[in-house]
Ligand binder design. Structure first.
Ligand code: BGC
Length: 794
């Protein structure tokens, strides 16, 4: 991959692949995916290859292909494939000679381009150029363009283009066969319906063709087969002649309304989608592309572009890559039944399911940059309450026990029960997270709190937020187990964030987060009962409030050890044997420890998969627990010092959090190195790490590491703190965030912090002093002011 080819207006905006390899298609398919939150289109090439993964996902269209499978985002019909023949022979880059090859994603215009010169095995030279975008202006539109020029001889070029409904998710077929039609000799239509959830989908495509710049309407062969409909076009190109083919396509489903209801009128859906397509066909690719670019400019780059001046221009590109993907995964406005999957819509990995990745690693970006989108994502969780209540009952608890993996809100828990084969025993391993990884409920309560503090959105709290916090508190209260001997409540048999430790008792992260959830509910209850007793009554909290208080106070929260301030990750972790982890710490691929140990063995050594206790400090210091002595800066430093060397960062969620904490602790070089590694999860040289899709949480983490880490932005209960510490490689960073509805542009250098509210007033703290800004204010940054969380590590 090459990140430095952009020049002029597009400097640090281009992600490029400069050589073709039929074995390494997954990387560019995923990192260059196109999306608009309504749908995600993997950037598979027009011509087909054996190792490709062609995916089109439409957000929220979950389906269970068979009774014994879990629900997943189905791989919808393919529109992008073109079967091209040159002089009767199949065109493929696996044959002939390729020169001037480049496949690139322009992050600014969100357009995918691929161009090269190809010499056929018979020695005929042609120049190919492909363009493609998934519109941010019209969410139902996919547009493509192919230009072919003959460079040497006369050639016959023909191609099949249509809609192919023969797609599966790694073999699982999700659709009932629908209808296929060709209208007016040029419009191709295919419908399909998911076999279990009954979601109807309508796909239309039309071609606009030009020969040497002139519009032509060639006669085409029309064909249909099972689940497939296409047209075949034939042309003769003399040297220097150029063929241009635009393919415009629309995608609609019966779940488009956004209100969770299914549209019942398929005839209307068909007509509407055809009308839209006719309209697009009249405009053509270029005009549609202009509108799409305008939408990106207005909604994204003009709104929250991120400027970084760094010795390494890659850093600027990585931040843009993060904003690009965060936009591509953001559900359309007011579609509050849609979440964000761990791979967003860029691959089949994790089946499109939403994890805690959303609240802890992705949502902060939206809370601070696009509060309306954050609200919609939290409302998605609210709609999941029914499933969460069901899960609680099924497990013998009260309140809402949120699913570890969530799909369509009413589906409830969707974590598969069985996973990979154990390399040692040869047996299929059980996936415990859906049953015992329970911190998710408190993570969601944390996100509600963070959203409320940053936005001040009381309307959201009254309609959704309080209920979510009360219901999760009810769950914890019923979940706690009394230990008669120790006279404390405990949480036994859980999986914490560190998924290398299954069935542990008192995972510190889970216990502290449950404590926070109970305390938060108690505070909200107290506040609401005095400020809005009528509403408070509606939630039926009653005496539960006293119960939350009592349980929180008697909940066992492991203290930092007097000897070294380390909080035990769980009851047994610190007693486990240690092994030399140096080989695994140096790994260039994740999970290499599995080459030597199986899950059961890993469970019994001091090794951590991802940020666990360290994450606790980063989260809870943002809350009313910021002054809790157990979570002091000394403890933060010592826990980082203890756990980081034992953490393999084998989950993509780990690096960015460590980068933030390392920076807080004054370890800026380390923080910068962790930030770069976080960027390289998808942008790095490993060609297969993104095969299953990009890592949505890590992409949120790039923004987090920059803003919360180097920018030093942090919620501190009621207050906005900005205590920057730029790495030595950075000279300046500039970004905009929203605080209580006011946009605030922040510009940071090594010398100063400039804050400019766009309207109104923002109060914030920097270097221990409070500032009130109603216009640009500049605060000099002394080295003490930059050290915002205790002393440096060394
Ligand atoms: C991580 C989880 C994460 C999931 C989805 C797992 O490997 O351990 O924390 O939620 O991936 O990204």
């Amino acid at each position: 991959m090459d990140y430095s080819i952009g020049t002029g207006e597009f400097k640090d905006w281009i992600v490029a692949e400069t050589a073709f390899s039929a074995e390494k298609l997954g990387k560019s398919e995923a990192v260059m995916m196109l999306g608009n939150g309504y749908m995600g289109l993997r950037s598979a090439t027009e011509e087909s290859y054996g190792q490709e993964t062609r995916n089109l996902f439409i957000n929220g269209t979950f389906n269970k292909s068979q009774e014994n499978e879990v629900t997943e985002l189905p791989n919808a019909a393919d529109i992008t494939r073109l079967d091209i023949r040159i002089d009767g022979e199949r065109f493929s880059l696996e044959f002939g000679k390729i020169s001037d090859y480049i496949k690139q994603l322009n992050l600014k215009t969100a357009q995918l381009t691929r161009s090269f010169i190809w010499e056929s095995p018979k020695g005929k030279k042609l120049r190919f150029h492909f363009n493609r975008f998934v519109s941010l202006d019209n969410l139902h539109l996919i547009a493509m363009k192919m230009e072919v020029e003959s460079l040497s001889h006369p050639v016959a070029i023909s191609f099949d283009s249509g809609i192919n409904g023969r797609m599966t998710n790694s073999g699982s077929q999700h659709f009932l066969e629908g209808e296929r039609r060709i209208l007016d000799d040029r419009l191709v239509q295919l419908t399909q319906k998911t076999n279990e959830s009954g979601v109807e989908m309508v796909f239309n495509a039309v071609h606009n063709i030009r020969l040497n710049g002139e519009n032509v309407m060639p006669a085409a062969d029309k064909d249909m087969a099972r689940r497939k409909v296409w047209m075949t076009y034939d042309f003769q190109l003399e040297p220097k002649e150029k063929l241009e083919v635009e393919k415009l396509a629309t995608v609609h489903t019966s779940r488009d309304s956004g209100d969770g209801q299914r549209s019942k009128n398929s005839a209307q859906l068909l007509q509407k989608s055809l009308d839209e397509l006719q309209h697009h066909a009249e405009k053509g690719y270029d005009a549609l592309f202009q509108k799409h670019c305008q939408a990106w400019q207005e909604k994204v780059w003009g709104n929250y572009d991120f400027e970084v001046e760094s010795d390494h221009p890659f850093d600027q590109l990585a931040l843009r890559f993060s904003l690009y993907h965060l936009t591509a995964m953001q559900p359309p406005p007011a579609h509050e039944y849609l979440g964000i999957g761990a791979k967003a819509m860029s691959g089949e990995g994790y089946k499109g399911h939403t994890f805690w990745d959303l609240e802890i690693f992705i949502l902060p970006f939206f809370i601070y940059s696009n509060p309306a989108a954050a609200k919609s994502l939290l409302t998605y969780r609210y709609h999941g309450l029914a499933g969460a209540r069901r899960k609680a009952v099924e497990n013998g608890y009260a309140g809402a026990m949120f699913p570890w993996e969530m799909a369509w809100p009413e589906d409830g828990e969707t974590t598969p029960l069985w996973g990979d084969i154990d390399i040692v025993t040869g047996e299929q391993s059980k996936i415990w997270s859906g049953i015992i990884e329970q911190h998710i409920s408190a993570d969601i309560a944390f996100a509600v709190y963070q959203y409320e503090k940053v936005t001040g959105d009381s309307g959201f709290m009254e309609r959704y937020g309080y209920e979510m916090v009360f219901e999760t508190a009810k769950f914890w209260s019923s979940r706690l187990e009394w230990n008669e001997d120790r006279e404390v409540y405990e949480i036994r048999n859980v999986l914490g964030p560190d998924e290398y430790k299954e069935h542990v008792d008192n995972n510190a992260f889970t216990n502290y987060m449950a404590y926070f959830n109970l305390k938060l509910a108690e505070r909200y209850a107290e506040q609401l009962s005095s400020e809005n007793p009528k509403l408070f009554q509606k939630f039926g909290v009653g005496d539960a409030r006293l119960d939350w208080k009592e349980k929180a106070e008697s909940l066992y929260l492991p203290n930092p050890r007097p000897i070294d301030s380390v909080i035990p990750q769980d009851d047994t972790y610190l007693q486990l044997p240690e092994i030399d982890l140096s080989t695994y710490k140096k790994q260039t691929k994740v999970r290499t420890i599995y080459r030597d140990y199986n899950a059961e063995q890993i469970n019994k050594i001091q090794v951590t998969k991802q940020a666990d206790t360290v994450l606790l400090f980063y989260l809870l210091e943002q809350t009313f627990l910021c002054g809790d002595a157990r979570l002091s800066n000394t403890a933060k430093r010592e826990n980082y010092r203890y756990y980081e060397p034992r953490t393999l960062h084998d989950s993509s969620l780990s690096l960015a959090v460590h980068a933030v904490v390392a920076n807080d602790l004054g370890q800026t070089d380390m923080a910068y190195s962790l930030f770069r590694q976080a960027c390289e999860i998808d942008l790095g040289p490993q060609m297969h790490t993104s095969d299953e899709g990009i890592h949505a949480a890590a992409i949120g983490g790039i923004w987090t590491a920059a803003v919360f880490g180097f920018g030093g932005v942090r919620l501190s209960d009621e207050l906005l703190r900005i205590n920057p510490r730029l790495p030595k490689q950075w000279r300046r960073m500039k970004f905009t965030l929203y605080w209580k509805g006011v946009a605030l542009t922040i510009e940071i250098t090594h010398q100063s912090l400039k804050a400019t509210p766009h309207s109104g007033e923002v109060v914030f703290e920097t270097g221990g002093k409070i500032y009130k800004a109603d216009k640009l204010i500049e605060v000099p940054l002394t080295s003490e002011a930059q050290i915002h969380s205790g002393q440096p590590l060394q």
